[in-house]
Design a binder for this molecule. Structure first.
Ligand code: SAH
Length: 255
């Protein structure tokens, strides 16, 4: 018996990996993270699959499903949205499985960050503009450690991707405005890769009102940084004629 933690991707069913999908269909128990999982993924499962929405269960109740599957010697697929390594809340599951002596493995998924950047046709790192991306959030039920307060993170003025924060967009821009210039692009991607995806573009001053008007309070990422509004950046050194590396020699003619 084994538990497969599977990144279900951002929404679009085609953005789940082939490996994750194969593992999912090999399990007779399926636990999923509720509304962030596309129902099409679940409706493709055989009728015999036992499906549990974990958003309605506490940790203890979830552990009792693992125990039941163990005594029935049945594999469990555990679907989480996007990629599991970012706000996946899987660490406590794994700790519980370790205590029960249950084996598990993790299959990565396409994060909503990657899906949002794809939708925007943007690169999050541009030479001389920003070479750093911070993934973070504003404090909610889970407190952010004081050293990682948004105002402190903003001092780097790099590309910023904020999860779980859209309902506090006013507070977010207030903290960020301590360091980012007011014309800095702030883009909200709602339900990236879903059919009802929406993109709201603004800056430090305009975005909060725009988001409020759209009534968006869930399932959205806030992306911040100069990379989103500029064509004025240096080409990367990777394809430069003056630059050689392991796989390409300097100035070699291709003729
Ligand atoms: N592990 C997930 C994140 C889970 S935390 C991942 O890699 O994407 C849940 C938060 O992720 C949501 O509050 C929202 O900020 C973001 N999110 C998840 N799916 C999204 C989507 N399709 N579009 C935009 N944001 C999304």
């Amino acid at each position: 018996m084994k538990v497969y933690f599977i990144g279900a991707g951002p929404g679009d069913v085609e953005l789940m990996t082939i490996k994750g999908n194969r593992q999912l269909h090999s399990c007779s128990y399926v636990m999923h993270a509720g509304s962030l999982i596309n129902p099409e993924i679940l409706s493709a499962l055989p009728e015999s699959a036992r499906i549990y929405d974990t958003s309605k269960l506490n940790l203890e109740e979830q552990v009792s499903i693992y125990k039941e599957a163990k005594s029935a010697d049945q594999d469990v697929a555990r679907l989480q949205s996007g990629d599991l390594s970012i706000y996946g809340a899987i660490a406590e599951q794994m700790r519980a499985l370790d205590e029960l002596g249950i084996q598990y493995e993790v299959t990565p998924g396409v994060s909503s960050v990657a899906a949002s950047a794809a939708t925007l046709k943007s690169e999050l790192t541009l030479p001389e503009i920003s070479q750093t991306v911070i993934f973070s959030r504003i404090s909610g039920r889970t407190e952010v450690p004081p050293d990682e307060d948004l105002e402190k993170l903003a001092s780097h003025k790099c590309t910023l991707c904020l999860f779980l924060s859209i309902h506090k967009i006013k507070e977010v821009v207030k903290k960020l405005s301590a360091h980012y210039p007011r014309e800095t692009p702030v883009i909200v991607v709602y339900k990236a890769s879903w059919k009802d995806e929406k993109i709201i573009r603004g800056n430090m001053e305009t975005i909060a009102d725009k988001v409020e008007k759209e009534g968006i309070r869930l399932t959205a990422l806030i992306l911040v940084g100069a990379v989103f509004n500029t064509k004025d950046f240096q080409d990367s050194r990777l394809y430069s004629k003056e630059y050689s590396h392991l796989f390409r020699k300097k100035n070699v003619s291709t003729k």
